[in-house]
Design a protein around this ligand. Structure first.
Ligand code: AP5
Length: 221
């Protein structure tokens, strides 16, 4: 039996939102919507959106709510999202959370769960500083926890691995501060709304996957 699930994955920078969202996408056949990935593609393409977003992203600040809601609105109504969706990096502010509710109401849909991956700041810094991403297929590695078999080369497609420009020490600190002031208040917001599942994000990504799946009532296999 196929299950339609609409989930938000919430957590600080580097908590493993993208990693867990990919596992959920594979398990559910749902669409994975990452605002960070969409914005990075727009920056690479030098589109008008990318040019507007780049300044904020380089400083570790959030892009404006209106831009983000416009981007999400276009995606949520697409065909592949009918099988459910996993939102990664969105909502990032209270106005975005309210905007999401409005978008879903207009589509006659509801959010099922918000999975909050809780990871302390020291672990975040280590995860982000060691992250490397394939420029061709987007596969993620970590220099210590999940290193590529050949240095600098993606094991999946032979693409070149790069370090994200916002994964430098001072930008990581700025992103953590922005998270604390603008995104973390959503934890209480969703807890009060009865949607929040809090997950301990420490341990390897398979351990965390087990907790995430269990919190949603899925088998891990
Ligand atoms: P975004 O890309 O969303 O960045 P983020 O929230 O800071 O999250 P990350 O992608 O850095 O980390 P993650 O939690 O997905 O962790 P990952 O799985 O990659 O946003 C970037 C920028 O875009 C923002 O700063 C902002 O400017 C803009 N933006 C995006 N959304 C926005 C919004 N809604 N509103 C406004 N602006 C927005 O894992 C990280 C590393 O750890 C990897 O190397 C991975 O291999 C490793 N890892 C994962 N899990 C584990 C584990 N369990 N143990 C050890 N290592 C692990």
């Amino acid at each position: 039996m196929s299950v339609v699930v609409r989930v938000v994955v919430l957590g600080p920078p580097g908590a493993g939102k993208g990693t867990q969202a990919m596992f959920l996408k594979e398990r559910l056949g749902a669409c994975h919507i990452s605002t960070g990935d969409m914005l990075r593609r727009a920056v690479n393409d030098q589109s008008p959106l990318g040019l507007k977003a780049k300044k904020s992203m380089d400083k570790g600040k959030l892009v404006s709510d209106n831009l983000i809601l416009e981007l999400i609105g276009k995606h949520l109504s697409q065909e592949d999202c009918k099988r459910g969706f996993v939102l990664d990096g969105f909502p990032g502010t209270r106005p975005q959370a309210l905007g999401l509710e409005k978008l879903l109401r207009n589509l006659d849909l509801q959010l099922d769960r918000v999975v909050f991956i809780n990871v302390p700041r020291d672990a975040i810094i280590c995860r982000l500083a060691g992250r490397r991403t394939c420029e061709k297929c987007g596969t993620m590695y970590h220099l210590v926890f999940d290193p590529p078999s050949k240095e600098g080369v993606c094991a999946r497609c032979n693409g070149v691995l790069y370090q994200r420009s916002d994964d430098k020490e001072d930008t990581i600190a700025a992103r953590c501060d922005v998270y604390k002031s603008q995104t973390a208040p959503l934890i209480d917001y969703y807890r009060k709304g009865g949607l929040l599942q809090e997950i301990d994000g420490l341990g390897n990504s398979d351990d965390v996957k087990g907790r995430v799946f269990q919190s949603l009532g899925f088998d891990v296999a």
